[in-house]
Design a protein around this ligand. Structure first.
Ligand code: 2HG
Ligand code: ZN
Length: 464
């Protein structure tokens, strides 16, 4: 179905991109052969590092004509194997396209290239009193292009929404090498099918994003942060929906299991004491412009938590204490990875179903013989489930565990949820797609793919 990159094709690439931005050396390719997903390795045959949409378009045209698979790649922080070159071919890395092209303070918009690091954009707009609130745990290294392609979330979705709310317009190179803008730089769009939204979360299978117009909002002046300890996972999870029922909308509401927190403390050499009887924790942030109002909201949260036998609420006293508590949460995935062989699932259910979900996860674990560490964006009903290999035999780990994961997703779906909240389907979750979608639904999705990419050259082997 696909062709290999021959010397002749390499020469064609060299006609449209500087040869020092075309990597073919195995040592150089090794950096692009993996992302943050478990321990997968797939080598592309070549990596191109373009500096403009025109260069991307010229490369893609060659690949389109010669049926060479193309894998777009951001920073390689993905957790579903979406940027792995599973069919070899050409990888297009976005790291050279890393400019913030404009911050439009009149319209509260910014135009950025896809290789901009998320936190760099956040800081640049913060200097102008503005907020770009989509801040995944890896904000210090992930690229905005990857965030768009995976419909990224992160802790502040609970108040501000996912990246879907913040992308107004995209410039995209299509799989045939044509360049289009998908929409308009407007806050409203009722002008036919919304192609912008279609490209968000498309995991690089429909086109390559080369510019994005993002929406900004005024930055709230104040925030307060609480760290609450609970006797059990269920009690912590029950408290989550109770907070919203009180009419409170926190700017973050994160859940963490004790084992995860303890591993971070060990991994990061922190001096942070956990109450001996605490099994689960909530990190709760509120933000706004009136400090006294936020204090009142925190009191209301405190009262609510008491109904769930909350053991203790730590109120972050300083900016550095807030930073440490956030670090504790953000580094959790990395700490688990350093400590254990694990598989990560990204379950999401309607918020009030969280206690049932976490009970079910532990129950499935007992039946299949695995432990798990759960943490994540509880305010969105989004739990990252890190399944630990522990004492499992290699055979159970590689084969029987699939049934356990299937049960986990069946439970998630039964509770009204789906198989990924923010990490995407990529390579690793695609076998579970038929659990969630009927053949007709999958056929419709594949029909869309065929319209954009009839030769299936763009990010093959992902989603389906
Ligand atoms: C988390 O909540 C993230 O820890 C990890 O989902 C993903 O930002 C990332 O890389
Ligand atoms: Zn997350």
């Amino acid at each position: 179905m696909y062709n290999k990159i021959t010397i002749d094709i390499l020469n064609l690439f060299k006609q449209v991109i500087d040869s020092n931005r075309l990597l073919v050396d195995t040592n150089q390719l090794a950096d692009y052969a993996h992302d943050e997903t478990e321990d997968f390795h797939f080598f592309p045959e070549a990596v191109a590092l373009p500096e403009s949409p025109d260069e991307i378009a010229a490369l893609i045209k060659i690949c389109h004509t010669h049926r060479i698979p193309v894998t777009p790649r951001g920073a390689g922080t993905g957790l579903s194997g979406g940027s792995l070159a599973v069919h070899g071919g050409l990888m297009i890395g976005m790291e050279r396209m890393n400019q913030i092209l404009e911050i439009d303070e009149q319209n509260l918009q910014a135009t950025v290239e896809p290789g901009v690091i998320t936190e760099v954009l956040m800081q640049a707009v913060a200097e102008k009193g503005l907020l770009y609130p989509v801040d995944p745990a890896s904000k210090g290294s992930c690229f905005i292009g990857g965030n768009i392609s995976y419909g990224s979330g992160g802790p502040r979705v609970v108040k501000y929404g996912t990246i879907r709310e913040y992308i107004l317009n995209l410039q995209v190179v299509l799989p045939n090498g044509e360049i289009i803008w998908t929409g308009a730089n407007t806050l409203k769009y009722a002008s036919g099918y919304n192609l912008t939204q279609l490209f968000i979360g498309a995991e690089g299978t429909l086109g390559i994003i080369c510019k994005a117009v993002v929406k900004l909002i005024p930055k709230p002046a104040e925030n307060l942060l609480l760290f609450a300890s609970f006797r059990s996972n269920e009690l912590a999870c029950e408290a989550v929906s109770a907070i919203f029922r009180k009419g409170i909308v926190p700017s973050a509401l994160e859940f963490m299991e004790r084992k995860g927190v303890a591993w971070v403390i060990e991994h990061e050499h922190l001096t942070f004491n956990l109450m001996p009887e605490a099994e689960a924790f909530l990190l709760i942030e509120v933000d706004g412009n009136q400090l006294d109002e936020l204090m009142r909201v925190c009191e209301q949260i405190n009262d609510t938590l008491e109904h769930y036998h909350c053991l203790d609420v730590l109120f972050a006293e300083s900016a550095s204490q807030k930073e440490s508590l956030w670090h504790l949460r953000r580094i959790m995935g990395v700490s688990v990875k350093s400590k254990a062989i694990y598989k990560e699932e990204d379950t999401v259910v309607p918020r009030a179903a969280l206690p049932t979900l976490i009970r079910g996860i532990k129950d499935i674990g007992q039946r299949y013989g695995f432990e798990s560490v759960c943490y994540g964006h509880a305010g969105d009903g989004n739990l990252h489930v890190n399944i630990l290999k522990g004492e499992m035999s290699a055979d159970d780990w590689n084969n029987r565990l699939k049934e356990g994961i299937r049960e986990l997703f069946e439970l998630t779906i039964k509770l009204g949820g789906t198989i990924s909240g923010e990490h995407g389907i990529g390579l690793v979750q695609r076998e579970y797609m038929p659990l969630k979608y009927t053949p007709l639904h999958l056929e419709l999705m594949q029909g869309i793919k065929k319209v954009f990419d009839p030769h299936q050259i763009l990010n093959p082997g992902k989603i389906f």
